[in-house]
Ligand binder design. Structure first.
Ligand SMILES: [Zn+2]
Length: 128
């Protein structure tokens, strides 16, 4: 399963829009439905508007009506497997922290963890 997701993330990476950083990233999010949603980083001349690959995949899946997820794979050309940024960890945690996170790079190195390990004390919205 990890290899399939990593392959989907790496295929998506080709469509990344990263003219400023030259750092293309691809992600593939496996929903509980069995469908896989791909995402890429989309940069902008106004840097703060840039969206990461993981959130692009998540937002596409949410738009399609998905709410439950099994795993996400993310790939970039990094030394060692790429790690999701804090904002993406928080965004993904909205839908459960038992998510499997498969991190890879273009050299084929893979590291697997869970969102609960990567974001041990994320923000939770609870009214008093
Ligand atoms: Zn991110």
């Amino acid at each position: 399963m990890s290899e399939h997701l990593i392959a989907a993330a790496q295929a998506a990476m080709r469509n990344a829009y990263a003219p400023y950083s030259q750092f293309p990233v691809g992600a593939a999010l496996l929903a509980r439905s069995g469908k896989v949603y791909r995402g890429v980083n989309v940069e902008n001349a106004s840097f703060g508007v840039t969206v990461c690959a993981e959130r692009a995949a998540l937002f596409t899946a949410i738009t399609a009506g998905e709410r439950a997820f099994e795993a996400i794979a993310v790939v970039a050309e990094t030394e060692g497997p790429v790690r999701p940024c804090g904002a993406c960890r928080q965004a993904l945690a909205e839908f459960g922290t038992d998510l499997r996170v498969v991190m890879g790079n273009t050299a084929g190195e893979i590291s697997v963890s869970t969102l609960s390990v990567l974001l041990p004390a994320g923000f939770r919205f609870k009214r008093r």
